[in-house]
Design a binder for this molecule. Structure first.
Ligand SMILES: [Zn+2]
Length: 465
Protein backbone atom coordinates (compact mmCIF):
# COMPACT_ATOMS: atom_id res chain seq x y z
CA UNK A 1 0.00 0.00 0.00
CA UNK A 2 1.32 3.36 -0.97
CA UNK A 3 2.24 5.80 1.75
CA UNK A 4 0.73 9.21 1.24
CA UNK A 5 2.89 12.26 1.44
CA UNK A 6 2.41 14.92 4.04
CA UNK A 7 0.23 17.48 2.33
CA UNK A 8 1.67 20.67 3.89
CA UNK A 9 5.14 19.52 2.93
CA UNK A 10 3.95 18.75 -0.58
CA UNK A 11 2.54 22.25 -0.90
CA UNK A 12 5.72 23.78 0.42
CA UNK A 13 7.72 21.74 -2.05
CA UNK A 14 5.48 22.67 -4.96
CA UNK A 15 5.41 26.30 -4.00
CA UNK A 16 8.94 27.07 -2.94
CA UNK A 17 10.50 25.86 -6.16
CA UNK A 18 8.62 28.35 -8.29
CA UNK A 19 7.94 31.46 -6.28
CA UNK A 20 4.37 30.24 -6.56
CA UNK A 21 4.00 30.13 -2.78
CA UNK A 22 5.54 31.15 0.46
CA UNK A 23 6.25 28.17 2.72
CA UNK A 24 9.90 27.99 3.72
CA UNK A 25 9.85 24.48 5.22
CA UNK A 26 10.64 22.99 1.83
CA UNK A 27 14.22 24.09 2.30
CA UNK A 28 14.80 20.89 4.31
CA UNK A 29 14.10 18.65 1.36
CA UNK A 30 14.79 20.83 -1.67
CA UNK A 31 18.55 20.14 -1.54
CA UNK A 32 17.80 16.39 -1.57
CA UNK A 33 15.75 16.74 -4.75
CA UNK A 34 18.44 18.95 -6.30
CA UNK A 35 21.20 16.42 -5.52
CA UNK A 36 18.98 13.59 -6.79
CA UNK A 37 18.29 15.24 -10.16
CA UNK A 38 21.96 16.16 -10.51
CA UNK A 39 22.99 12.54 -9.88
CA UNK A 40 20.50 10.81 -12.15
CA UNK A 41 20.92 13.49 -14.79
CA UNK A 42 24.08 11.71 -15.91
CA UNK A 43 21.95 8.72 -16.96
CA UNK A 44 19.53 10.84 -18.97
CA UNK A 45 19.67 12.06 -22.56
CA UNK A 46 17.98 15.27 -21.37
CA UNK A 47 20.30 17.89 -19.90
CA UNK A 48 18.77 20.74 -17.89
CA UNK A 49 20.46 24.12 -18.02
CA UNK A 50 18.41 25.97 -15.42
CA UNK A 51 16.02 25.47 -12.52
CA UNK A 52 14.17 28.66 -13.31
CA UNK A 53 12.41 30.55 -16.07
CA UNK A 54 14.57 31.54 -19.02
CA UNK A 55 14.12 34.36 -21.55
CA UNK A 56 13.99 31.94 -24.50
CA UNK A 57 11.07 32.57 -26.89
CA UNK A 58 8.21 30.09 -26.86
CA UNK A 59 6.53 28.31 -29.77
CA UNK A 60 3.05 29.20 -31.03
CA UNK A 61 0.72 27.05 -33.12
CA UNK A 62 -2.75 28.02 -34.33
CA UNK A 63 -5.54 26.72 -36.55
CA UNK A 64 -8.55 28.68 -37.73
CA UNK A 65 -9.40 31.40 -40.21
CA UNK A 66 -6.20 32.73 -41.84
CA UNK A 67 -7.37 36.25 -40.97
CA UNK A 68 -6.30 35.40 -37.42
CA UNK A 69 -3.68 32.68 -37.79
CA UNK A 70 -1.61 34.75 -40.26
CA UNK A 71 -1.02 37.25 -37.46
CA UNK A 72 0.39 34.48 -35.26
CA UNK A 73 3.07 33.17 -37.64
CA UNK A 74 6.71 34.15 -37.60
CA UNK A 75 8.15 36.28 -34.83
CA UNK A 76 5.45 37.75 -32.58
CA UNK A 77 5.06 39.11 -29.05
CA UNK A 78 2.80 37.61 -26.40
CA UNK A 79 0.56 40.69 -26.44
CA UNK A 80 -0.18 39.98 -30.13
CA UNK A 81 -1.96 36.77 -29.11
CA UNK A 82 -4.42 38.72 -26.95
CA UNK A 83 -5.09 41.17 -29.80
CA UNK A 84 -5.84 38.33 -32.23
CA UNK A 85 -8.11 36.55 -29.74
CA UNK A 86 -10.05 39.77 -29.05
CA UNK A 87 -10.51 40.35 -32.77
CA UNK A 88 -11.81 36.82 -33.27
CA UNK A 89 -14.19 37.09 -30.29
CA UNK A 90 -15.43 40.46 -31.58
CA UNK A 91 -16.21 38.71 -34.88
CA UNK A 92 -18.22 36.07 -33.01
CA UNK A 93 -15.58 33.36 -33.42
CA UNK A 94 -14.99 30.95 -30.51
CA UNK A 95 -11.43 30.92 -29.12
CA UNK A 96 -9.59 28.10 -27.36
CA UNK A 97 -6.23 29.08 -25.83
CA UNK A 98 -4.00 26.29 -24.51
CA UNK A 99 -1.09 27.54 -22.39
CA UNK A 100 1.70 25.18 -21.45
CA UNK A 101 3.22 26.87 -18.40
CA UNK A 102 6.96 26.78 -19.00
CA UNK A 103 6.48 25.29 -22.50
CA UNK A 104 9.44 26.50 -24.54
CA UNK A 105 11.03 25.49 -27.82
CA UNK A 106 13.07 22.94 -25.89
CA UNK A 107 9.91 21.32 -24.54
CA UNK A 108 8.35 21.35 -28.01
CA UNK A 109 11.38 19.46 -29.33
CA UNK A 110 11.16 16.86 -26.56
CA UNK A 111 7.48 16.37 -27.36
CA UNK A 112 8.23 16.06 -31.07
CA UNK A 113 10.93 13.49 -30.26
CA UNK A 114 8.51 11.55 -28.06
CA UNK A 115 5.80 11.62 -30.70
CA UNK A 116 7.59 11.66 -34.04
CA UNK A 117 5.77 12.12 -37.32
CA UNK A 118 6.28 9.38 -39.86
CA UNK A 119 4.90 6.31 -41.49
CA UNK A 120 1.81 5.30 -39.60
CA UNK A 121 2.48 7.82 -36.85
CA UNK A 122 0.40 10.88 -36.24
CA UNK A 123 3.15 12.83 -34.49
CA UNK A 124 2.59 15.40 -31.80
CA UNK A 125 -0.65 17.34 -32.00
CA UNK A 126 1.27 20.55 -31.43
CA UNK A 127 3.14 19.91 -34.70
CA UNK A 128 -0.12 18.96 -36.46
CA UNK A 129 -1.63 22.30 -35.46
CA UNK A 130 1.49 24.21 -36.48
CA UNK A 131 1.81 22.32 -39.78
CA UNK A 132 -1.81 22.70 -40.84
CA UNK A 133 -2.27 26.25 -39.51
CA UNK A 134 0.33 28.77 -38.44
CA UNK A 135 3.64 28.43 -36.61
CA UNK A 136 5.13 31.31 -34.67
CA UNK A 137 7.88 32.12 -32.20
CA UNK A 138 6.79 34.34 -29.35
CA UNK A 139 8.82 36.83 -27.33
CA UNK A 140 7.68 36.65 -23.69
CA UNK A 141 9.53 39.51 -22.01
CA UNK A 142 7.74 41.51 -19.30
CA UNK A 143 8.18 45.15 -18.34
CA UNK A 144 11.68 45.83 -17.08
CA UNK A 145 13.24 42.47 -17.90
CA UNK A 146 13.65 39.77 -20.51
CA UNK A 147 12.54 36.95 -18.18
CA UNK A 148 8.88 36.94 -17.25
CA UNK A 149 6.95 35.21 -14.52
CA UNK A 150 3.56 33.61 -15.12
CA UNK A 151 1.62 36.61 -13.78
CA UNK A 152 3.01 39.17 -16.21
CA UNK A 153 2.99 36.60 -19.01
CA UNK A 154 -0.66 35.67 -18.42
CA UNK A 155 -1.65 39.34 -18.21
CA UNK A 156 -0.01 39.83 -21.63
CA UNK A 157 -1.76 36.78 -23.11
CA UNK A 158 -5.14 37.57 -21.52
CA UNK A 159 -5.25 41.33 -21.97
CA UNK A 160 -2.55 42.38 -24.44
CA UNK A 161 -0.76 44.52 -21.86
CA UNK A 162 2.91 44.30 -20.89
CA UNK A 163 3.25 44.65 -17.12
CA UNK A 164 5.66 43.91 -14.26
CA UNK A 165 6.39 40.44 -12.92
CA UNK A 166 3.96 39.40 -10.19
CA UNK A 167 1.17 41.69 -11.40
CA UNK A 168 -2.20 40.20 -12.40
CA UNK A 169 -4.57 42.01 -14.76
CA UNK A 170 -3.16 45.49 -14.20
CA UNK A 171 -1.04 47.74 -16.41
CA UNK A 172 2.16 49.36 -15.14
CA UNK A 173 0.05 52.42 -14.32
CA UNK A 174 -2.08 50.26 -12.03
CA UNK A 175 -5.07 50.52 -14.37
CA UNK A 176 -7.25 47.42 -14.70
CA UNK A 177 -6.77 45.51 -17.95
CA UNK A 178 -9.59 44.17 -20.11
CA UNK A 179 -9.15 40.46 -20.79
CA UNK A 180 -10.33 38.38 -23.73
CA UNK A 181 -12.55 36.49 -21.26
CA UNK A 182 -14.19 39.73 -20.09
CA UNK A 183 -14.80 40.70 -23.72
CA UNK A 184 -16.40 37.34 -24.45
CA UNK A 185 -18.70 37.72 -21.42
CA UNK A 186 -19.84 41.15 -22.54
CA UNK A 187 -20.72 39.65 -25.92
CA UNK A 188 -22.89 37.00 -24.28
CA UNK A 189 -20.51 34.18 -25.15
CA UNK A 190 -19.84 31.30 -22.77
CA UNK A 191 -16.50 31.34 -20.93
CA UNK A 192 -14.30 28.80 -19.20
CA UNK A 193 -10.99 28.46 -17.36
CA UNK A 194 -9.20 25.16 -16.71
CA UNK A 195 -5.95 24.51 -14.85
CA UNK A 196 -4.16 21.65 -13.12
CA UNK A 197 -2.73 24.00 -10.49
CA UNK A 198 -5.16 26.33 -8.66
CA UNK A 199 -7.93 28.40 -10.24
CA UNK A 200 -6.48 31.30 -8.19
CA UNK A 201 -2.97 30.77 -9.60
CA UNK A 202 -1.40 33.42 -11.81
CA UNK A 203 -2.27 32.06 -15.25
CA UNK A 204 -6.05 31.64 -14.85
CA UNK A 205 -6.24 34.67 -12.52
CA UNK A 206 -5.06 37.09 -15.23
CA UNK A 207 -8.28 36.39 -17.14
CA UNK A 208 -10.60 37.65 -14.38
CA UNK A 209 -8.64 39.29 -11.54
CA UNK A 210 -6.84 42.60 -11.02
CA UNK A 211 -4.30 42.52 -8.18
CA UNK A 212 -0.87 44.02 -7.62
CA UNK A 213 0.60 40.74 -6.37
CA UNK A 214 -0.18 37.20 -7.53
CA UNK A 215 0.12 35.98 -3.93
CA UNK A 216 -3.15 37.73 -3.02
CA UNK A 217 -5.02 34.51 -3.79
CA UNK A 218 -7.72 35.16 -1.20
CA UNK A 219 -8.58 38.40 -3.04
CA UNK A 220 -8.27 36.65 -6.41
CA UNK A 221 -10.84 34.02 -5.35
CA UNK A 222 -13.21 36.79 -4.22
CA UNK A 223 -12.79 38.55 -7.57
CA UNK A 224 -13.61 35.30 -9.34
CA UNK A 225 -17.01 35.46 -7.67
CA UNK A 226 -17.53 39.24 -7.74
CA UNK A 227 -16.19 40.14 -11.18
CA UNK A 228 -15.89 38.42 -14.55
CA UNK A 229 -17.02 35.00 -13.34
CA UNK A 230 -16.54 32.35 -16.04
CA UNK A 231 -19.28 29.77 -16.63
CA UNK A 232 -16.86 26.87 -16.22
CA UNK A 233 -14.03 26.97 -13.65
CA UNK A 234 -12.04 23.77 -13.13
CA UNK A 235 -8.86 23.18 -11.12
CA UNK A 236 -7.47 23.15 -7.59
CA UNK A 237 -7.43 25.77 -4.84
CA UNK A 238 -10.47 24.99 -2.66
CA UNK A 239 -8.64 26.42 0.38
CA UNK A 240 -9.17 29.93 -1.01
CA UNK A 241 -12.95 29.48 -1.28
CA UNK A 242 -13.92 28.51 2.28
CA UNK A 243 -14.24 30.65 5.43
CA UNK A 244 -11.05 31.12 7.43
CA UNK A 245 -10.43 28.45 10.09
CA UNK A 246 -12.54 25.90 8.16
CA UNK A 247 -10.83 22.81 6.73
CA UNK A 248 -11.59 21.78 3.17
CA UNK A 249 -13.04 18.46 4.29
CA UNK A 250 -15.47 20.21 6.66
CA UNK A 251 -17.25 22.12 3.91
CA UNK A 252 -20.54 20.35 3.14
CA UNK A 253 -20.26 20.92 -0.61
CA UNK A 254 -16.67 19.65 -0.89
CA UNK A 255 -17.44 16.07 0.24
CA UNK A 256 -14.14 15.63 2.08
CA UNK A 257 -12.52 13.41 -0.51
CA UNK A 258 -10.45 15.74 -2.63
CA UNK A 259 -6.65 15.84 -2.76
CA UNK A 260 -5.45 17.86 0.23
CA UNK A 261 -8.82 17.75 1.97
CA UNK A 262 -7.17 18.19 5.37
CA UNK A 263 -5.90 21.61 4.38
CA UNK A 264 -7.21 24.61 6.30
CA UNK A 265 -8.68 27.67 4.62
CA UNK A 266 -6.25 30.27 3.31
CA UNK A 267 -8.91 32.97 3.10
CA UNK A 268 -8.38 36.11 5.12
CA UNK A 269 -12.10 36.61 5.77
CA UNK A 270 -15.22 34.62 6.58
CA UNK A 271 -16.72 34.52 3.09
CA UNK A 272 -17.92 31.13 1.91
CA UNK A 273 -17.35 31.47 -1.83
CA UNK A 274 -18.39 27.87 -2.50
CA UNK A 275 -21.85 28.50 -1.08
CA UNK A 276 -22.03 31.89 -2.81
CA UNK A 277 -21.32 30.27 -6.16
CA UNK A 278 -23.89 27.52 -5.52
CA UNK A 279 -26.46 30.22 -4.72
CA UNK A 280 -25.72 31.76 -8.12
CA UNK A 281 -26.58 28.54 -9.88
CA UNK A 282 -23.16 26.90 -10.14
CA UNK A 283 -22.86 23.17 -9.69
CA UNK A 284 -19.94 22.61 -7.31
CA UNK A 285 -18.07 19.40 -8.21
CA UNK A 286 -15.06 17.69 -6.65
CA UNK A 287 -14.33 14.63 -8.77
CA UNK A 288 -14.44 13.28 -12.31
CA UNK A 289 -17.69 11.36 -11.93
CA UNK A 290 -19.68 14.33 -10.61
CA UNK A 291 -18.09 16.63 -13.18
CA UNK A 292 -19.23 14.44 -16.07
CA UNK A 293 -22.77 14.11 -14.75
CA UNK A 294 -23.01 17.84 -13.94
CA UNK A 295 -21.92 18.73 -17.48
CA UNK A 296 -24.98 16.96 -18.89
CA UNK A 297 -27.44 19.25 -17.21
CA UNK A 298 -25.66 22.38 -16.05
CA UNK A 299 -24.06 25.24 -17.97
CA UNK A 300 -22.30 26.64 -14.90
CA UNK A 301 -19.79 24.51 -13.03
CA UNK A 302 -17.21 25.24 -10.32
CA UNK A 303 -14.86 22.25 -10.07
CA UNK A 304 -12.47 22.23 -7.11
CA UNK A 305 -10.51 18.98 -7.26
CA UNK A 306 -7.80 19.76 -4.70
CA UNK A 307 -7.46 21.72 -1.48
CA UNK A 308 -4.45 23.46 -2.95
CA UNK A 309 -2.53 22.56 -6.13
CA UNK A 310 -3.62 19.49 -8.11
CA UNK A 311 -1.17 16.62 -8.57
CA UNK A 312 1.20 16.56 -11.50
CA UNK A 313 0.25 14.27 -14.38
CA UNK A 314 2.11 11.14 -13.31
CA UNK A 315 0.87 11.52 -9.71
CA UNK A 316 -2.68 12.37 -10.80
CA UNK A 317 -5.41 10.66 -8.79
CA UNK A 318 -2.90 8.76 -6.64
CA UNK A 319 -5.22 9.33 -3.67
CA UNK A 320 -8.18 7.77 -5.56
CA UNK A 321 -10.26 10.89 -5.17
CA UNK A 322 -11.37 11.03 -8.78
CA UNK A 323 -8.95 13.82 -9.66
CA UNK A 324 -9.49 14.46 -13.39
CA UNK A 325 -6.92 14.84 -16.16
CA UNK A 326 -6.75 18.11 -18.06
CA UNK A 327 -7.87 16.40 -21.28
CA UNK A 328 -11.04 15.17 -19.58
CA UNK A 329 -11.65 18.62 -18.11
CA UNK A 330 -11.17 20.12 -21.58
CA UNK A 331 -13.53 17.67 -23.30
CA UNK A 332 -16.18 18.18 -20.63
CA UNK A 333 -15.90 21.98 -20.69
CA UNK A 334 -16.12 22.07 -24.50
CA UNK A 335 -19.32 20.00 -24.41
CA UNK A 336 -20.91 22.60 -22.13
CA UNK A 337 -19.50 25.80 -23.67
CA UNK A 338 -20.41 24.75 -27.23
CA UNK A 339 -24.09 24.90 -26.28
CA UNK A 340 -23.98 28.69 -26.37
CA UNK A 341 -25.06 29.78 -29.89
CA UNK A 342 -23.00 32.96 -29.59
CA UNK A 343 -19.77 30.99 -29.15
CA UNK A 344 -17.29 30.80 -26.30
CA UNK A 345 -13.84 31.55 -24.91
CA UNK A 346 -11.89 28.79 -23.16
CA UNK A 347 -8.42 28.99 -21.61
CA UNK A 348 -6.73 25.73 -20.61
CA UNK A 349 -3.52 25.85 -18.59
CA UNK A 350 -1.17 22.89 -18.34
CA UNK A 351 0.42 24.37 -15.26
CA UNK A 352 2.19 21.42 -13.71
CA UNK A 353 4.61 21.43 -16.64
CA UNK A 354 6.26 24.50 -15.11
CA UNK A 355 6.53 23.06 -11.60
CA UNK A 356 8.17 19.81 -12.71
CA UNK A 357 10.45 21.71 -15.10
CA UNK A 358 11.65 23.83 -12.15
CA UNK A 359 12.54 20.53 -10.48
CA UNK A 360 14.31 19.22 -13.59
CA UNK A 361 12.24 16.03 -13.23
CA UNK A 362 12.46 14.74 -16.79
CA UNK A 363 10.08 11.80 -16.25
CA UNK A 364 7.38 14.08 -14.82
CA UNK A 365 8.01 16.65 -17.56
CA UNK A 366 7.51 14.04 -20.26
CA UNK A 367 4.26 13.00 -18.56
CA UNK A 368 3.06 16.61 -18.43
CA UNK A 369 4.02 17.16 -22.08
CA UNK A 370 2.08 14.06 -23.12
CA UNK A 371 -0.94 15.32 -21.20
CA UNK A 372 -0.66 18.74 -22.85
CA UNK A 373 -0.57 17.04 -26.23
CA UNK A 374 -3.64 14.97 -25.33
CA UNK A 375 -5.39 18.24 -24.48
CA UNK A 376 -4.38 19.60 -27.87
CA UNK A 377 -5.87 16.52 -29.57
CA UNK A 378 -9.21 17.16 -27.83
CA UNK A 379 -9.12 20.83 -28.84
CA UNK A 380 -8.00 20.12 -32.39
CA UNK A 381 -10.85 17.62 -32.85
CA UNK A 382 -13.29 20.28 -31.70
CA UNK A 383 -11.73 23.00 -33.86
CA UNK A 384 -11.86 20.79 -36.96
CA UNK A 385 -15.50 19.94 -36.38
CA UNK A 386 -16.29 23.65 -36.06
CA UNK A 387 -13.57 25.06 -38.29
CA UNK A 388 -15.46 28.10 -39.60
CA UNK A 389 -16.22 29.41 -36.14
CA UNK A 390 -13.25 28.36 -33.99
CA UNK A 391 -9.72 29.66 -33.44
CA UNK A 392 -7.37 27.33 -31.55
CA UNK A 393 -4.07 28.70 -30.25
CA UNK A 394 -1.40 26.71 -28.37
CA UNK A 395 1.64 28.34 -26.78
CA UNK A 396 3.73 28.69 -23.63
CA UNK A 397 3.75 31.65 -21.26
CA UNK A 398 7.55 31.39 -20.86
CA UNK A 399 10.29 28.77 -20.96
CA UNK A 400 11.39 26.90 -17.81
CA UNK A 401 14.62 24.98 -17.32
CA UNK A 402 15.96 24.96 -20.90
CA UNK A 403 16.17 21.16 -21.27
CA UNK A 404 18.09 19.86 -24.27
CA UNK A 405 18.31 16.37 -25.69
CA UNK A 406 22.00 15.65 -25.71
CA UNK A 407 22.85 12.59 -27.83
CA UNK A 408 26.43 12.65 -26.56
CA UNK A 409 25.25 12.00 -23.04
CA UNK A 410 23.14 9.14 -24.26
CA UNK A 411 26.08 7.71 -26.13
CA UNK A 412 28.83 8.20 -23.58
CA UNK A 413 27.21 7.14 -20.35
CA UNK A 414 26.06 3.71 -19.37
CA UNK A 415 23.32 2.83 -19.04
CA UNK A 416 22.03 5.26 -21.63
CA UNK A 417 18.32 5.65 -21.10
CA UNK A 418 15.88 6.40 -23.86
CA UNK A 419 13.14 8.98 -23.54
CA UNK A 420 10.66 6.11 -23.84
CA UNK A 421 12.21 4.43 -20.80
CA UNK A 422 12.20 7.67 -18.81
CA UNK A 423 8.57 8.22 -19.82
CA UNK A 424 7.59 5.10 -17.90
CA UNK A 425 8.35 6.85 -14.59
CA UNK A 426 5.39 6.23 -12.29
CA UNK A 427 5.88 8.89 -9.61
CA UNK A 428 7.30 12.39 -9.59
CA UNK A 429 10.73 12.75 -7.98
CA UNK A 430 9.19 15.37 -5.72
CA UNK A 431 6.78 12.84 -4.32
CA UNK A 432 9.43 10.15 -4.01
CA UNK A 433 11.72 12.49 -2.07
CA UNK A 434 8.93 13.63 0.24
CA UNK A 435 7.66 10.11 0.91
CA UNK A 436 11.04 8.45 1.42
CA UNK A 437 11.98 8.01 5.08
CA UNK A 438 15.46 6.56 4.67
CA UNK A 439 18.34 6.35 2.23
CA UNK A 440 17.44 2.76 1.44
CA UNK A 441 13.83 3.62 0.78
CA UNK A 442 14.93 6.45 -1.50
CA UNK A 443 17.16 4.05 -3.44
CA UNK A 444 14.43 1.40 -3.64
CA UNK A 445 11.78 3.80 -4.82
CA UNK A 446 14.02 5.32 -7.50
CA UNK A 447 14.73 1.75 -8.57
CA UNK A 448 11.11 0.63 -8.76
CA UNK A 449 9.30 3.81 -9.81
CA UNK A 450 11.71 5.40 -12.31
CA UNK A 451 14.06 4.31 -15.09
CA UNK A 452 17.01 5.70 -13.15
CA UNK A 453 19.29 3.83 -10.74
CA UNK A 454 21.23 5.02 -7.73
CA UNK A 455 23.36 2.89 -5.45
CA UNK A 456 23.36 3.07 -1.69
CA UNK A 457 26.48 5.27 -1.55
CA UNK A 458 24.87 7.75 -3.93
CA UNK A 459 21.65 7.58 -1.92
CA UNK A 460 23.53 8.51 1.26
CA UNK A 461 25.17 11.50 -0.42
CA UNK A 462 21.84 12.60 -1.91
CA UNK A 463 20.18 12.22 1.48
CA UNK A 464 22.92 14.31 3.09
CA UNK A 465 24.46 11.67 5.33
ZN1 LIG B 1 7.51 28.92 -12.75
Amino acid sequence: MRRHLSWPLFIALAAATCSHGEDASYSKRAPILNRLTATIGAQSPVRWQSRDHTPAPVPVAAVGDPRYTARLSGGIRNIDIAAVMKQALSDGVSVILVIGDGFGESHRKILATMRPTGTGRVGSHFERIANTGARGVCDTRSAGGITTDSAAAATALACGVTTANGVIGRALSGARCDSALALARRRGMATGLITDTRVTDATPAAFFAHVANRRQESAIAAQLVDGDTPDIILGGGACYFIPRTMAVRSHPALNGRSVGADLKSRRDDDRDLVTEMAARGYRVVTNTEILISAARGSNRILGLFAGHTMNTTIDRDDENTGEPGIDLMARTALSVLARNPKGFFLMIECGQLDLVSHMNDTGAVVGALREMDDVLRVCLDHARANSARTLLIATGDHETGAPVIDPQIAGMRAPALSLDAIARQRRSLRRIVIDARSTDELRTRIDTETAFRINLEEAKIIWGQ
